[in-house]
Ligand binder design. Structure first.
Ligand SMILES: Cc1ncc(COP(=O)(O)O)c(C=O)c1O
Length: 514
């Protein structure tokens, strides 16, 4: 296996030096008013010195757990291309890790399955900290384990958002999390994007021209910098630096949701993504002020059902997050924490663990596998869909999504003048019937046996009072999100159906493009 020192030399981050800024004014009233969980406060005292006797907590004794050992049979990372070897089937080489009550292991099962600190078990916290330091080298940050990014992000929204606040995000975004704080009274403003993701000058325009009648100027921005969901776009280093500079100028907290960080690919012309290809620099690695809250997950690189991730933030924000966790989800998932501890702990190699070098080998091999899938998807798209000239596909630099543009301007029933005239609010709303046509296309895909994501569900739920009258987002929902995460058969069948449905849908004598 590649020695860690060699791997470390290829990691992209270089340690940043920090001049932390006091950013406590960003915390919500709720976060400030939250009282510590009194039971957790007492529980922490059991760790004050070794051999404390506790009659305090209702912690079931481990001898009553009906579990003695947990064996995890995992892919061997001793192989040149571990993901390709692993996919060979049941005979593929494996490594077995064990969590045990009686055998000496990195993390004894009796501790792993017990109630623990909101930030996670110390060893689990340490391994994600080592991992974060290795790839991002942040200055003055702490890691807090979560139940995955959805948990981490929505907790961040609660810790930062006040009812009536406005947050910023891409105009098409991961609505699964951005819809959550609407119920909390948070409003959203979408920032325009292009193929390279959020456009910094558009962000600057929104912030510089902020109308105080809209309330407090946004102080939080939510970003997915690599393989953005749904557009698949990736922010260049220049854009990241420009957005970070704007965050400093306008005093923003950046929530960097980066579950696709490890799935970054070489250009489509390359046959594969070389293991040595560096990972892009994260916002966290650029952060000198402590204004980046980075949210990582094991969902896309291990398995989503692990429900395990981690937030990397300033110490002050970490404290607020732990206090919230202590009073809500209590702490992250025990099985997942034991697995990552046995997998990544320093010295865990002796008991079958991957350690950081093995993890690095796995993720670099995994992205080569996704590179192959991306290539397969795009070649099928070129065969089944593109020849009709009714849709075109982006080639994502990262992640698992292709943003398919439907050339709705060729549809014979496209109307550019649907806006109701006269009466109050008549100047608002869509100008075209793009949204209706796309809903119809979606239904036709379903009838044909294909489920694909319509862009409309990702359009940021922005405050309608402040709609962009000139260029409403509803007129730009002529996109579909398709994934290449599935099997080759699913891609083949799905794109064949899409091509067929598009041809039928546009069959009413396509208009010439003007
Ligand atoms: C951008 C983005 N953030 C967060 C998540 C959810 O991650 P997790 O499974 O860790 O909650 C996803 C999953 O699709 C995603 O695409």
């Amino acid at each position: 296996m590649t020695p860690l020192s060699t791997v470390a030399a290829s990691a992209s981050a270089s340690a940043s030096t920090s001049t932390p800024v006091d950013l406590m004014h960003h915390l919500s009233t709720e976060a400030r008013l939250r009282k510590p969980n009194p039971m957790k406060a007492i529980w922490k005292l059991t760790q004050r010195k070794p051999n404390m006797v506790s009659l305090a907590n209702g912690d079931p004794h481990y001898s009553l757990y009906p579990i003695r050992n947990i064996h995890y049979e995992m892919a061997s990372v001793a192989e040149e291309d571990p993901v390709a070897s692993w996919r060979a089937g049941p005979s593929a080489p494996s490594q077995t890790l064990t969590s045990s009550v009686h055998e000496p292991r990195a993390l004894p099962l009796q501790a792993g399955m017990q109630y623990t600190a909101g930030a996670g078990l110390p060893l689990a916290q340490r391994v994600v900290t080592d991992l974060t330091n290795f790839y991002h080298a942040p200055a003055d940050h702490l890691c807090t384990l979560t139940l995955g990014n959805s948990d981490g992000i929505t907790k961040c929204f609660r810790l930062l958002g006040e009812p009536g606040d406005t947050f910023l995000a891409d105009e098409f975004t991961f609505s699964s999390v951005t819809n959550v704080p609407l119920a909390q009274g948070i409003k959203w403003v979408g920032v325009k994007m292009d193929d390279g993701g959020m456009i910094p000058s558009e962000l600057e325009r929104v912030l510089a021209a902020w109308d105080p009648a809209r309330g407090r100027r946004p102080h939080v921005i939510y970003l997915v910098p690599c393989g953005q969901n749904p557009t698949g776009s990736t922010l260049s280093l220049a854009r990241r630096q420009a957005i970070y500079a704007l965050a400093q100028r306008f005093d923003l907290i950046i929530i960097e949701d980066d579950p696709y960080y490890f799935l970054q690919y070489d250009s489509p012309d390359c046959a594969t993504t070389a293991p040595s290809t560096p990972f892009a620099r994260s916002f966290l690695s650029l952060d000198t002020d402590g204004r980046v809250v980075r949210v990582d997950s094991f969902s896309k690189i291990m398995a989503p059902g692990m429900r395990l991730g981690w937030v990397t933030s300033s110490a002050a924000f970490h404290d607020a997050l732990v206090a919230y966790t202590d009073s809500s989800t209590m702490h992250p998932h025990g099985f997942g924490q034991m697995l990552i501890a046995e997998m990544l702990a320093p010295g865990a190699g002796a008991t079958g663990g991957w350690q950081l070098a093995g993890f690095d080998r796995w993720v670099r091999s995994l992205r080569a596998e996704y590179h192959r899938r991306r290539a397969h998807f795009l070649s099928l798209f070129a065969r089944e869909v593109a020849p009709s000239a009714l849709a075109s596909a982006s080639c994502p630099e990262a992640g698992m999504f292709v943003w398919v543009r439907v050339h709705v301007e060729r549809h014979p029933r496209l109307r550019a003048d649907v806006r109701v005239r006269g009466g109050e609010g008549a100047a608002k709303g869509p100008r075209t019937n793009v949204r209706e046509l796309m809903e119809e296309l979606f239904e036709r895909c379903l009838d044909g046996g294909l489920v694909i994501m319509p862009a409309s569900i990702f359009a940021l739920a922005a405050d309608p009072k402040w709609d962009d009258v000139e260029d409403p987002v509803e007129d730009r929902v002529n996109y579909l999100r398709a994934t290449f995460a599935g099997t080759e058969e699913a891609m083949e069948e799905g794109l064949t159906i899409l091509g067929q449905v598009l041809r039928e849908f546009f069959a009413e004598e396509p208009k010439a493009v003007v």
